[in-house]
Structures are given as C-alpha cells and as structure tokens.
Design a binder for this molecule. Structure first.
Ligand SMILES: Cc1cc2nc3c(=O)[nH]c(=O)nc-3n(C[C@H](O)[C@H](O)[C@H](O)COP(=O)(O)OP(=O)(O)OC[C@H]3O[C@@H](n4cnc5c(N)ncnc54)[C@H](O)[C@@H]3O)c2cc1C
Length: 421
C-alpha cells in the first residue's frame, strides 16, 4: 500500500461556531482552497492528513455539550468534543455514550461519526453512526443543514448519511444529537479459553445465532500470549436480571462448546486496560500504528475486514498460509463486537524489501476479503490508505459517489484525495 505524500497546510483555523465554519467554507470556495476537517487526529487511514496545501479546520474548540434531554435519552454535542469528557458529563447524570473505542481519550465526536467508528460496547449499542439521531453540518458550498433528532423518518433519503462515514468529503459536522444510554445497573465480564480458534469461533457463532447480544465480545488468538489457544472475553450490561440471564445462557454455550472458564479478574483486567493505548496516544506516545509501527526492527499492519460469518474460519486459514509463504507473520487474529468483524495483525522484519512485501500481502488479503463477499474495512474509514481500492470495493457505486461529490462540492474543496473521490 503506498504511503501518501503530505503537504504543509497554509494555516490551521480553530472555529468556535457553526457561523465561523460557514465563513471559512465561503473563503475556501472563493480561493478554491482545500479544507481538511481535523478532530483528534487519531484516524488510522490518514483521513485528516493534508495531501494538498490548504486549510486545516481543527474542530476542537467546538467542544460543548449543548443539551442533555433525559426523557428523550439524547445529548446534543459539538463535533470537536473529545469522547471521554462528554462521557464524564453524562455519567454525572446517570447516562453514558454507547461509543467506547480504544482512543476514547483522544477521538472527537465529529471524527468518530466521520469514520463511523466502532467501540468496545458496539455489540449492544452499535457503531457511532448508529447512535446519531440528528446532525448539523456545513455543506461544501456553505449551506447549513440540520436534520431532526428522530430515530427514523420516511421522507426521502437521509441526508445525515452523507456525513456518517463521509470522512469530511461531503461537509463539516458541527454538532450532533446522539442517542445516549442509562449507566448500566450491572456489568458482568467473563473470560474463556478455547483449545483452538475454530473451537472458540464456533461457540461465538452459536451465541449470536441464538440471538444473544453481548455488549462486549473480543475473541482471538495471539501466538505469543496464548500459544495455539484462543481467548474469549464477554461482557453483558444493563438491567441486573437481564444481564444475569443473558450471561448464564452465553456461558452455558461456551461450556458446551468446550471452553474453559478463566478467573473473572482476567476479563476485568482486559476491561480496565482497554484505553491504555489511547492514553499513550493522547500523550503523543502511541502514534504510528496505522503506518505500520510499534516494535524495534519490526513492521506491522492491522486489518479489520468485514466477512460473511460463514467465511471467517476459512479466511483466517488462508491468511496464515498466504502470509507465511511471504515471510509475513500473522501475529494475532480474531473477531470483536460482531462475529463478522475479522481483525488481523501482520508483522515482518524491517529492512530489505519488508515494507513492500507487507504492503503487497495486505493488498492481497483485502482482495481476498472482497472475493469472499466482504468489505475491506469495518470501522476505520478509507482516508488515503485505502483510497485506491475504492473502485474494487464499490464497483459502479464509486462513480455514483463521485457524481454526488461533484454536485455538492464543485470546487473540490472538501478533504480532497480521500475516499477515492
Ligand atoms: C491505537 C489506535 C486505536 C484505535 N482504536 C479504535 C477503535 O477501537 N475503534 C474505532 O472506531 N477507531 C479506532 N481508532 C481509529 C480512530 O481513533 C477513530 O477513527 C476516531 O474515530 C477518529 O476520530 P478523530 O477525532 O481522531 O478523527 P481524525 O483522525 O481527526 O479524523 C478522521 C476523519 O474524520 C474527518 N473529520 C474529523 N472531524 C470532522 C468533522 N467535524 N466533520 C467532518 N469530518 C471530520 C477527518 O477529516 C478525517 O477524514 C484507533 C486509532 C488508534 C491510533
């Protein structure tokens, strides 16, 4: 996968109101200057990277929690607000966000919506996009749209969907009304060890096929940590009686599926440490993950593909074999939140043609994901990293997307070079 060249921006602007965002968009149209919306900068695909000289629109001064409606269970929040402080404000009122990614202390509401991210509790509450009820945004020609904060309407296409997963190419999100949730009466976490990936995955599949919906599900192998075994973390949360009943049913399926229960502290540690990397990132110590970082003398890359559940086990087997033949190690693989979200961590020794071999292996795996009837990315967006593969992902749908973009953004000012548009 090629690395995109970056360009030094002309300026960084930090607006503090939707009116100011509109004014900046007007200037950018007049001068035909690109605008790159910027949230926490934690995106893995280079979506907030400037590839042409232009204006970086740093949204982090728009960070207010504008309103919380306890009856409607909604919070209206400015787009530059970082998730963790929003969560803290909600917690004071017995509420919480449903979106809880690794990068909780860094990622902003606007960045999470623009990538339609997925967090640890996504199994119960869905992706960030699923939690957006209403949106306020400045479109590329400067008009402001506000969609009502309702969970559904039947009045034509839903314009907020242009912004969800839109990576700043179709407009700038300035505010969103999010569905919020009651702080759970009970959360119960458990851990199981399985003798193989296949055995554990079968148990996971059974749990979902019975209609159980763990809030937290993280399953996978890690050659270094567990040898050939695979570990499953499960978490249920909500009303105590429901949590107990759901957990009892899920754990019985794990027992029946051949899993060995581990002490609960194991799962609680996993839960406690879940934002550790996010805090490192916040201190500027975790950067580099997306570009293949971490570890002396080793290059790594992470993939998060969407696969039909029935293809996961075969895909993994193929990936180990194919990567192995090229000298690339599949260090870790697994599913989290949904059994169709398959993640892989690949590594190769740095130096020589390591970078090229790793990039080529990633390309081939993404091609195989398409061939399996899946998608190349589940929750981190496209940015510049996957832009050139968008045609294969969408086929003639990409042309439709490009036409929409052309009509909305005739001067091509909104985050050019991203999403393959
Ligand atoms: C170590 C690590 C772990 C991660 N774990 C997760 C995880 O568990 N789950 C997950 O979903 N993601 C994860 N990510 C990816 C990243 O944190 C998310 O994509 C996050 O939602 C990005 O938010 P941000 O505010 O940092 O956005 P940025 O990186 O600043 O921007 C991302 C994209 O959104 C656009 N954008 C930002 N703000 C706006 C706006 N107001 N209007 C329009 N467009 C905008 C940008 O132009 C860019 O295209 C991880 C990243 C790292 C480095």
């Amino acid at each position: 996968m090629s690395e995109a060249a970056s360009a030094t921006p002309f300026c960084v602007v930090r607006p503090s109101s939707v009116g100011q965002v509109r004014d900046i968009v007007a200037v950018a149209n007049e001068r035909k200057t690109p605008i790159v919306p910027y949230g926490g900068g934690s995106g893995l695909m280079g979506g907030a990277l400037s590839v042409m000289r232009g204006i970086v629109l740093d949204m982090r001064d728009m960070d207010r929690v504008v309103a919380v409606d306890r009856d409607a269970m909604t919070a209206t929040v400015e787009a530059g607000a970082v998730l963790e402080p929003v969560e803290k404000k909600l917690n004071e009122r017995g509420l919480m966000l449903g979106h809880d990614p690794w990068t909780f202390p860094v990622a902003t509401v606007g960045g999470a919506i623009s990538t339609d991210g997925l967090g640890y509790r996504g199994g119960k509450y869905g992706s960030m996009g699923d939690q957006v009820l209403g949106i306020e945004a400045v479109l590329p020609l400067g008009s402001i749209i506000r969609t009502p904060a309702v969970s559904k309407r039947s009045t034509g296409i839903d314009l907020k969907r242009l912004l969800i997963g839109g990576e700043g190419c179709f407009g700038i999100i300035t505010e969103a009304t999010l569905r919020v949730f009651p702080a759970p009466e009970k959360r119960s976490l458990s851990a199981y060890r399985f003798a193989s990936f296949e055995q554990g995955f079968a148990a996971v599949q059974t749990i979902y096929s019975k209609g159980l919906k763990p809030a937290v599900m993280d399953f996978g192998d890690d050659a270094e940590k567990f040898g050939g075994d695979a570990l499953l973390y499960l978490g249920f949360e909500g009303v105590a009686e429901v949590v107990e009943a759901e957990e009892r049913a899920a754990l019985a399926l794990c027992d029946r599926g051949g899993g060995a229960p581990l002490p609960r502290e194991e799962a609680e540690r996993f839960w406690r440490d879940r934002h550790r990397v996010g805090y490192l990132f916040a201190q500027n110590r975790g950067r580099g993950r997306g570009g293949g970082g971490w570890g002396e003398g080793v290059l790594r890359d992470w993939l998060h593909v969407a696969l039909p559940v029935s293809r996961v086990v075969d895909f993994r087997r193929m990936a180990i074999e194919m990567a192995g033949k090229r000298g690339v190690c599949l260090e870790e693989s697994g599913v989290w939140t949904h059994p169709e979200l398959f993640s892989l961590r690949l590594a190769i020794a740095a130096g020589g043609d390591g970078r090229l071999v790793l990039a080529d292996t990633v390309d081939e795996l993404l091609r195989r994901a398409h061939e399996a009837g899946g998608s190349m990315e589940y929750c981190h967006g496209v940015g510049v990293k996957l832009a050139r593969l968008m045609e294969r992902e969408h086929d003639s749908g990409l042309e439709a997307m490009r036409r929409i973009k052309q009509v909305l953004d005739p001067n091509q000012i909104m985050n050019p070079g991203k999403l393959g548009l």
